[in-house]
Design a protein around this ligand. Structure first.
Ligand SMILES: *Cc1c(COP(=O)(O)O)cnc(C)c1O
Length: 445
């Protein structure tokens, strides 16, 4: 149905969400929507921008009010006010989206109900016969959604080792419509070269979209849009919110047409983030910088502790990481997720169960520290055969480091390692034990 002024419903809907941007502070109803001094442009350092917001709230509220309302009254019978129905747009969500656009270096950001909801919105850009290239060490839920699209929607999905550019080239053709990347991967902590892959992808098909899942780093540590990606998305459930008290997903891009298409899906399917969760995500984002700084510093100490005791540790903050330089060419930090191997699945199970401060839980990015066995938990939806093909060690333990005192975390981990029999504690320090429980050469304590 065309509107009186002849614009398509899609455009009308998009205009509604974007209506009267008011970057200069004029002509808006007393709505708190604008959060950025200038849409999508950063003026200050990121740590400042994270906490700095501007609103047009009629009472000058310093925290965005929760517009817990499904509908908004119109001033004329033909409607046309900035907001009418929360599925299409809500002031609390818009405020959050503009704030996210600013910190993600994007012209448009969209907030939805979960990280997987974000990927669902993005993959609805695909049509039957389209080809997707993606990694072989993907987040379990991403793997599940792509498998569904392959089995039910006629989308061709190529899983390759995206850390090897030759493997990507082998499957890249002018039929490639989407390249979906995660870096660092999880739990194998492999680094993917976003600028190079974006370059070869756009050479093969200028219309192909390079999509980056930036959940592991957050906008604090990396801006994939600046590295050549067309769309970036992340789970707001992780670092962005930081407290494991909401589910959320965010999408950002610079192409307005692409933004409109994805907004169309959000409005059509009703997956926009609720006002209450938009408020909570906004609150979480403000402390992203201090949380991430502390989590990273703790992760670095723990990675060094484990490595010094002879474990194979995967963490981009360690010089021993084979792609250390590549990671630091794209990111401002190493993040707070690391993994290590023990050589024995049941030993790993005992370590995980012996930890007290480290909660056994999936997910990461929270203020408290977590420990898990990905092959048993977050990645269990990938079948054992596929895990084996992708060289995922069944004994791998993932640590998601929080903001606690680093010494407490290390003490608790040491105790769990000793209790599980992974190391023996003697007068001169820790000794890593082999699978039979025999102490090996002493390592420094
Ligand atoms: C958690 C996660 C997701 C999915 O996000 P949800 O909010 O749980 O739906 C996607 N990608 C990565 C890398 C994740 O860690």
């Amino acid at each position: 149905m065309a509107s009186p002024d002849g614009t398509s419903p899609t455009l009308q809907a998009a205009n509604k969400a974007f209506a009267r941007l008011d970057i200069d502070g004029h002509d808006l109803p007393p709505s708190p929507a604008p959060s950025s001094p200038q849409a999508g442009r950063r003026r200050y350092a990121l740590a400042t921008e994270l906490v700095y917001t501007e609103t047009k709230d009629q009472y000058g509220a310093s925290s965005i009010p929760i517009y817990q309302s499904a509908t908004f009254k119109q001033t004329s019978s033909s409607g046309g006010n900035e907001y009418d129905y929360t599925r299409s747009g809500n002031p609390t969500r818009t405020h959050l989206e503009r704030h996210l656009a600013k910190i993600m270096n994007a012209t448009r950001a969209l907030a939805v109900g979960s990280g997987m909801g974000a990927l669902d919105v993005i993959t609805r850009l695909l049509k039957p016969g389209d080809e997707v290239i993606t990694g072989d060490d993907l987040y379990g839920g991403t793997n599940r959604l792509l498998t569904y699209l392959k089995n039910n929607q006629g989308v061709v999905v190529h899983h390759v080792d995206t850390t090897n550019i030759d493997r990507v080239r082998e499957v890249l053709t002018d039929k490639t419509t989407m390249v979906l990347l995660e870096t660092p991967t999880n739990p194998l902590i492999k680094i993917v070269d976003i600028p190079t892959i974006a370059g070869v992808t756009h050479d093969a098909n200028p219309k192909a979209l390079v999509i980056v899942d930036n959940t592991m780093l957050s906008p604090m540590l990396s801006n994939p849009l600046d590295l050549g990606a067309d769309v970036v998305y992340e789970s707001g459930t992780k670092y962005l919110s930081g407290h494991h008290d909401i589910m959320a997903g965010v999408i950002a891009c610079n192409d307005p047409e692409l933004g409109d298409k994805m907004y169309f899906t959000i409005n059509a399917t009703g997956c926009g983030l609720s006002p209450n969760d938009s408020f909570l995500l906004m609150r979480g984002v403000k402390t992203l910088a201090i949380r991430m700084e502390k989590q990273q510093a703790n992760a670095q100490r723990i990675a060094e502790f484990l490595e010094s005791h002879g474990f194979r540790v995967r963490y981009p903050g360690l010089k021993s990481h084979p792609q250390y330089d590549l990671h630091w060419s794209m990111a401002r930090g190493a993040g707070a997720v690391l993994s290590f191997e023990t050589g024995d699945v049941s030993l790993s199970e005992r370590i995980v169960e012996a930890a007290r401060l480290w909660g056994i839980s999936v997910s990461f990015g929270c203020v408290n520290s977590l420990i898990s066995m990905p092959c048993r938990m977050s990645h269990a939806s990938i079948d054992a055969k596929t895990r084996k093909e992708r060289q995922m060690p069944e004994d791998i333990i993932r640590l998601c480091v929080g903001i606690e005192d680093a010494d407490d975390l290390i003490d608790d981990l040491s105790r769990a390692l000793v209790q599980a029999g992974a190391v023996t504690l003697t007068i001169d320090g820790f000794h890593a034990t082999d699978a039979e429980g025999n102490g090996s050469t002493p390592t420094s304590a």
